[in-house]
Ligand binder design. Structure first.
Ligand code: NDP
Length: 468
């Protein structure tokens, strides 16, 4: 397993203390990884600053053809990358293969976007051209839930807009990102894209560096706030994709079979470790029993175990801290009268396994409903008045996503317009699009990624006024 940093196109070992990457399916140490020192992080930023002088002048067509070559190489290495993802992250091989494939498609989609140059007719008669110029060096800090995919979401919009990138993957899941940056470096000049590894001070060194123009971070609200406050002195701009507590509202007229499949697929996507997973479910009292039974049947049919086993449909939680957090939320909900309606399952003795768990008889005020669980447990609340549900659920500090499940699309859209979230899905949840802006209101983040909006996050406007 490659555990090297990639700086200035070269693979070198970190020289600071090592950290262990753990297989969450059996708690074994996959590999010990040497961390980058502060000097090595600084070196990565220096080489990116030098590379930017050339990369910023690269033709759009050259960047697009580079992206297509990278996507092709990713597809060629699909099995190898998927296995790395499963080993370090825990998800099933099928899900890991989806992550690799979707990542390659995402890169290809970006080649269809053009960075606009707007022409404005000024009332005085002069012409104003508005360009979107690159920023410089972008620091990217990526999480452990979709390590490969989210690295692509960070790195490629920044490269497409002619910035250079230094990425720092989560210390829990660095291996598939090293492979990604290795592939990128086959096709770009030295210093355009680097990866530094570590724990403790690597992230803060990156985000606090005066030569970094922008920080893009996906992870917890707490760390996002720290990054934002450290950006103040240098007026660095930041993109923060933080937590969510996405609400799903099922109306009386929903198609229950389809709804049960869709809700389970979102709430337990990647074992519930997805920022835009459905995390609290509100079901109309008239269909409550029928829908909860259907959901319980799907949950009970899951096969738990190592993601490498093709029979397995449900892997472990990625790390012990998250495992303990989820177990704590379940115990607290039960202590407050919550009822587990899923069957008790034997879970493998080793590894961070929690069977998919549905809990009824809970309401706002219970931590499982109010907070982000980021794991395989879903609280289900019975309601009778949808207006009340909207008002209540809008009180959340989060505003990432929400969904309405109904056969009356016009009513669904009306309800969507009342929800205070950056995305609302009707009859689905979590199915992100590379073409649509995605981001959170309130504590869920700053800045909207994806689509053209996502690209323009990595640019400055420059208006050129032309008088004849
Ligand atoms: P965090 O969200 O706290 O992020 C940890 C990462 O941030 C590490 O790579 C760390 O690097 C880096 N970091 C820490 N401080 C700074 C800083 N000042 N500047 C730059 N980088 C910094 O991750 P956790 O794994 O602790 O997850 C905590 C919670 O976050 C989870 O329980 C879950 O709820 C949520 N989460 C949300 C995700 C999402 O998709 N929105 C994804 C994953 C988790 P270093 O070690 O070098 O400091």
């Amino acid at each position: 397993m490659n555990t090297n940093l990639i700086i200035n196109g070269e693979q070198i070992q970190g020289v600071a203390a090592t950290f262990a990457v753990i297989n969450p399916a059996d708690e074994s140490v996959l590999v010990e990884v040497p961390s980058a020192s502060v000097e090595q992080v600084n070196q990565a930023i220096e080489t990116a600053t030098v590379a930017f002088k050339t990369w910023k002048n690269t033709e759009d067509s050259e960047i697009n053809s580079t992206f297509l070559k990278i996507a092709a190489d990713i597809r060629a290495a699909k099995d190898e990358i998927a296995e790395l993802i499963t080993l370090e992250q825990g998800k099933t091989l099928a899900m890991a293969q989806f992550e690799v494939e979707a990542g390659a498609s995402w890169i290809e989609y970006l080649t269809s976007l053009e960075i606009p140059v707007d022409t404005i007719a000024d009332p005085s008669g002069k012409t104003i051209k508005v360009y979107n110029r690159p920023l410089g060096v972008v620091a990217s800090i990526t999480p452990w839930n979709w390590p490969f995919m989210i690295a692509i979401w960070h790195i490629f919009p920044a490269l497409k807009t002619k910035n250079c990138v230094v990425n720092k993957p989560s210390e829990f899941t660095p291996l598939s990102t090293i492979k990604l940056v290795e592939i990128i470096n086959r096709h770009v000049a030295q210093g355009v894209c680097s990866v530094v590894l570590g724990t403790g001070e690597v992230g803060a060194t990156l985000s606090g560096h005066p030569d970094v123009a922008k920080v893009t971070f996906t992870g917890s609200t707490r760390t996002g706030q720290r990054i934002l406050s450290s950006s103040v002195d240098s007026l660095k701009s930041v993109v923060l994709e933080l937590g969510g507590n996405d609400v799903g509202i099922v109306l009386e007229d929903a198609d229950l079979d389809r709804t049960a499949q869709g809700i389970f697929g979102s709430a337990f996507l990647n074992v519930g470790q997805t920022c835009a997973a459905l995390k609290r479910l509100y079901v109309h009292e008239s269909i409550y029993d029928e829908l909860t039974e259907k959901l319980a049947n799907i949950a009970n049919s899951q096969v738990l175990g190592s993601g490498l086993d093709p029979e397995v449909t449900f892997g472990p939680i990625q790390n012990k801290i998250q495992y303990n957090k989820v177990k704590g939320l379940i115990a607290d909900a039960v202590a407050q009268g919550g009822k587990i309606i899923t069957a008790e399952k034997n879970v493998p003795e080793k590894g961070y396994f929690v069977a998919p768990t549905l809990i009824t008889n809970v309401e706002q005020g219970v931590a499982l409903v109010d907070e982000e669980q980021f794991g395989p447990v879903l609280p289900i609340v019975k309601y009778s008045d949808v207006a009340q549900v909207i008002e209540q659920t809008n009180q959340s500090e989060f505003g990432l996503g929400g969904s309405v499940w109904t056969t009356d699309i016009a009513r669904g859209e009306k309800i969507a317009s009342q929800m205070e979230t950056g995305t609302v899905w009707i009859n689905s949840h979590s199915d992100l699009s590379p073409a649509a802006p995605f981001g959170g209101w309130k504590s869920s983040g700053l800045g909207f990624s994806f689509g053209l909006d996502g690209l323009l996050l990595f640019t400055h406007k420059q208006a050129i006024h032309i008088s004849q």
